[in-house]
Design a protein around this ligand. Sequence first.
Ligand SMILES: Nc1ncnc2c1ncn2[C@@H]1O[C@H](COP(=O)(O)OP(=O)(O)OP(=O)(O)O)[C@@H](O)[C@H]1O
Ligand SMILES: [Mg+2]
Length: 337
Amino acid sequence: MSATTPASTPLVQAHDLAKTFDVSAPWLNRVLEGKPRTLLHAVDGVSFDIEKGKTLALVGESGCGKSTVARLLVGLYEPTRGGLTFDGQDAHAAFKGSNAKAMRRRIQMIFQDPYASLNPRWLVEDIIGEPLKEHGLITDKAQLKERVGELLQSVGLSPLDMVKYPHQFSGGQRQRISIARALATEPEFLVCDEPTSALDVSVQAQVLNIMKDLQRQRHLTYLFISHNLAVVRHVSDQVGVMYLGRLVELADKHTLFDTPRHPYTVMLLDAIPKMHDTGKARTPVQGEVPNPLNPPPGCAFNPRCPHVNERCRTERPQLLTLGGIRIACHAVEEGRI
Ligand SMILES: Nc1ncnc2c1ncn2[C@@H]1O[C@H](COP(=O)(O)OP(=O)(O)OP(=O)(O)O)[C@@H](O)[C@H]1O
Ligand SMILES: [Mg+2]
């Protein structure tokens, strides 16, 4: 933490983050067919804080904007609106400035697919060593090998693995290689986009436990994206539920799982098998996410909500702080549920 930041300031502060994609037809078609521009609001005003050493999980159905948030946080996308304060600094200004490398070194990302994210033609040694060279952290060859060996060990692999190619590893091992590479620059903040979703269930737990151990040892801060609520329950401190580009509920893990408030959170939780199953039938998630190009007016969840009323159909609920959580729901605000 820099000298200027008071100890109580969260390491990560996203404020009103928004990303709009222009998905219009090509210009000529638009002119000939008289069509207007089409904008897709993938992320529309997302704010959260993450304390150093903690994990915020983001959940929500496919297309709700989780990966777009991840890409905004690591600077792969420029926000359309809002921003990210990292350790007291404007991260997107830093990403564009002369200190871009310093900021990139501190914020790293782990992707879902360890098959696609590792270059199949490179030795593991080069894959993990690349960020060390890129950031000028180690130039000496022998030191580089030693450091790569240490990084492999830190994720439960052997230094002998550095002379192999990605295809010589299982999915879980490859994801460990991705983690070792992400750790090479000694980042403080890791953005993990469905890091275990491509893995067998038995392997998922191993990788998640390694990530938790690394977090404890290195005091890492995580944003952890998953659509699997059992995984989220295992890894998170706070949970943010997203729906169509916005946060609808943000609470600490125990509160969210024990007393979900938003009807959408309730629906997601009803769909997962209970640890101590009471024999009550699970309720599958009902209905479909609306087309993001043509979201419903008012609350975006209103067409699927059992508590909908006229206000919900017309007025968009704001994310309010109510009873220690943050929630965007008229029914909760009015005490109807
Ligand atoms: N580069 C892009 N150009 C246009 N639209 C995009 C782009 N990236 C994402 N989108 C759209 O933005 C919305 C959010 O996508 P995003 O990938 O962030 O969702 P997600 O929550 O990560 O979904 P999933 O669970 O399937 O990974 C979707 O409607 C998607 O089609
Ligand atoms: Mg995604």
